[in-house]
Design a protein around this ligand. Structure first.
Ligand code: MSP
Length: 653
């Protein structure tokens, strides 16, 4: 049995998660599930990067302590990953005590190797990337690659002798196991290293939100030294030698292409200095971009949030799109139209339809019992059996090559082949003929192929696979093991019951639930204000009393703001994701509070929501509720807010 230790980047807690964060974590989850099915010991870790200047500044802006902001936003990430059904074995935070200890110990080891000296740093720093830049990388006050704003920094700093490691890094890139992937990225870092490495500033003194430098509390560790060490912490480094021997080195650091330098230059150099093995693979994936090819950014207002997608699509549809639409290494356009097309044409029409029709036929023609037909000499049957076996090989090879899109392509090609098999061999005609054996053989072959497809697909479409397997009376992890994939694993005599549709079709052009609020006025201070003032409740104008029954009709509830972003083209509006503790997930609410609140300051706030207001569209964006606020003397708006101990969804009376 081999082991597979897979990591994602740990995410900054200065803001809310978006599709880019979900993407890496979903890919890692699919790989983790796949290797578990192959019998490997898997350790899958994700988490949050709690420290650093960027988080400290976001906390200042929100009027909170960095720890409070980190606690709150880290919980938002953890909550999202739970909602996404991800199977990580640890959600690590850089504020975890074992992690802080590991980060300090790594620095001590680098010190012991003679690789650290005290100096003075003077140069450019970009807080949003938490990166130092050379003057040659700056253009008009911004880092050329990322576009991040840079500032001039002058401070006393500890340096790491990165320059010592150039040769060894180049040798590592050239290793036949190709540890840095894809090749184009490997060439990119190799030429960066070959062009000359400067020593790296690895401590900061001008702020304090970080791990204290060992024996010099004036300094905190540079956030990337701290963050990268999380991969060691997860493996029990410096604390649990047995665990470390079992899990280290990591088998795969899955990252986005923008953070390659940290993972493929700094990280291996730190590890070399500390005398530790290097990760087996660092793989940089491409980005999800918009139609213009731009990566989502808050300032451009083109960030794709995850919660609204979860309201519209199933987890499996979203996972399928993310994993199938583009190769890992390249960029891809995030398009809901494509997601819906793939859902309808591939999930519903191909796999969903196959499972549904075959199981129904078994119900109809075999009384819902798996017929005895797994041995047959018919050429078409043999072909299908071979096809199943070959597909298993293709899926394994594709995942070993980190190509989930290719794995899915192979699985869906098998599903098409199986549909074709059924179309050609026509069980409905066989049922009318007097050849029950042939009918049994055909239906067994179709059913067993379905079992194989569901096992192969389980890592990518866990929910549909589970429901499909249940239709074959199979369940649990054991039924998903690749070891059970040999032909004939479906027991003859088992009960079959067609599950409810595996995949629902989505009508993309379905008109959105239209403005119940015709009167809703985009510029009004509170979203929905106008619609709230219609109807029976509002017939009472100022000064008139209403009965308790009237008041009871307004459902006011406590909600927590999970995410906030400007509405493009509307200066006063913010689009909020608000969690009312409802099973259906958070709501999208548009509120006219942009002039009074910075989006970051709202994250985690508990507010009062009119929960039973009919939805309305405001500047084309659906709003599913309204927040309560009052106008301040200065003309701004102040939200009605509650403490963190009031549970979500609590009714305000
Ligand atoms: N905290 C660091 C990572 C430390 S790891 C030791 C960090 N955090 S991040 O939250 O800013 O970004 C995490 C990841 O999200 C990066 O890998 C980045 O590539 C990825 N993405 C951000 N936007 C993305 C897309 N639009 N598409 C795909 N991934 C993108 O960097």
């Amino acid at each position: 049995m081999s082991k597979f230790y897979v990591t994602t980047p740990i995410y900054y807690v200065n803001g809310a998660p978006h599709i880019g964060h979900a993407y890496t974590t979903v890919v890692a989850d699919a790989l983790a599930r796949h290797y578990r099915q192959r019998g490997d010991a898997v350790f899958f870790m994700t988490g949050t990067d709690d420290h650093g200047l960027k988080v400290q500044r976001a906390a200042e802006e929100a009027g909170q302590s960095p720890k409070a902001l980190a606690d709150r936003n880290s919980a938002v990430y953890a909550g999202l990953f739970e909602q996404l059904g991800l199977t990580h074995d640890r959600f690590i935070r850089t504020t975890d005590p074992d992690h802080e200890a590991a980060a300090v110990e790594l620095v001590r080891r680098m010190q012991a190797a003679g690789d650290i000296y005290l100096g003075h740093y003077e140069g450019w720093y970009a807080a949003s990337d938490e990166a130092f830049y050379d003057a040659s990388e700056i253009e008009d006050g911004h880092a050329r690659g990322s576009g991040a704003k840079v500032e001039w920094v002058q401070e006393s700093s500890y340096f790491f002798r990165l320059s010592r490691y150039a040769e060894r890094l180049l040798a590592w890139y050239a290793d036949p196991s190709a540890p840095v992937q894809p090749e184009s990225r490997r060439n990119e870092v190799a030429s960066f290293v070959a062009s000359g490495l400067k020593d790296l500033s690895i401590s900061r003194t001008t702020f304090d939100w970080g791990v204290a430098w060992p024996d010099d509390p004036e300094h905190v560790l540079y956030v990337w030294v701290d963050a990268l060490t999380n991969y060691l912490t997860g493996a029990g480094a410096f604390a649990d030698p047995e665990r470390m021997a079992r899990w280290w080195p990591a088998d795969l650091h899955l990252i986005g292409k923008d953070i390659l330098r940290f993972h493929a230059v700094y990280w291996p150099a730190f590890l070399m200095s500390a005398g530790l093995d290097l990760p087996r693979q660092v793989l940089a994936h491409g980005w999800w971009v918009d139609e213009r090819g731009e990566k989502g950014s808050k300032s451009k207002g083109n960030v794709v949030e995850v919660w609204p997608l979860l309201e519209r699509y199933t987890l499996d549809s979203l996972r399928y799109f993310l994993l199938r639409e583009k190769p890992l290494a390249t960029d891809g356009v995030f398009s809901e139209r494509r997601l819906v097309e793939r859902n309808n044409n591939e999930l519903a029409d191909n796999l969903g339809n196959l499972v549904n029709r075959v199981l129904k036929m078994v119900e109809r023609y075999e009384g819902g019992i798996v017929p005895d037909g797994h041995r047959s000499d018919a050429a078409r049957d043999q072909e299908l059996r071979e096809r199943c076996q070959a597909t298993r090989g293709e899926v394994e090879a594709a995942i070993d090559a980190r190509e989930p899109n290719v794995a899915l392509e192979a699985i869906f090609a098998l599903s098409s082949a199986c549909n074709l098999y059924v179309n050609d061999l026509r069980p409905w005609d066989l049922a009318k003929s007097d050849d029950p054996l042939r009918l049994s053989q055909v239906l067994y072959h179709a059913l067993e192929s379905i079992r194989q497809i569901l096992v192969l697909a389980a890592a990518f479409l866990p929910d549909a696979s589970r429901r499909g397997m249940a239709g074959l009376s199979l369940g649990g992890d054991a039924a998903l093991a690749y070891a059970g994939l040999d032909w004939g694993g479906l027991p003859v005599g088992a009960r079959v019951k067609a599950p409810a549709l595996l995949f629902e079709k989505i009508d993309l052009d379905e008109p959105d639930a239209e403005p119940t609020g015709e009167g809703s006025e985009p510029g009004s201070p509170m979203a929905h204000e106008a619609s709230a003032s219609r109807g029976p409740v509002a017939e009472a104008s100022a000064g008139t009393t209403i009965g308790m029954a009237d008041f009871e009709r307004v459902e006011l509830r406590i909600g927590a703001i999970l995410a906030a972003e400007p509405v493009t083209g509307a200066d006063r509006l913010l689009r909020l994701s608000v969690d009312l503790g409802e099973a259906s997930g958070p709501r999208q609410i548009v509120a006219g509070i942009a002039e009074s609140y910075a989006p970051a300051a709202l994250i985690g706030c508990r507010v009062a929501v009119v929960a039973n207001l009919a939805p309305a569209r405001i500047r084309g964006v659906e709003s599913q509720g309204m927040l309560l606020a009052a106008q301040t003397a200065g003309g701004g708006l102040e939200l009605a807010q509650f403490g963190q101990d009031v549970p979500l969804g609590t009714r305000i009376r």
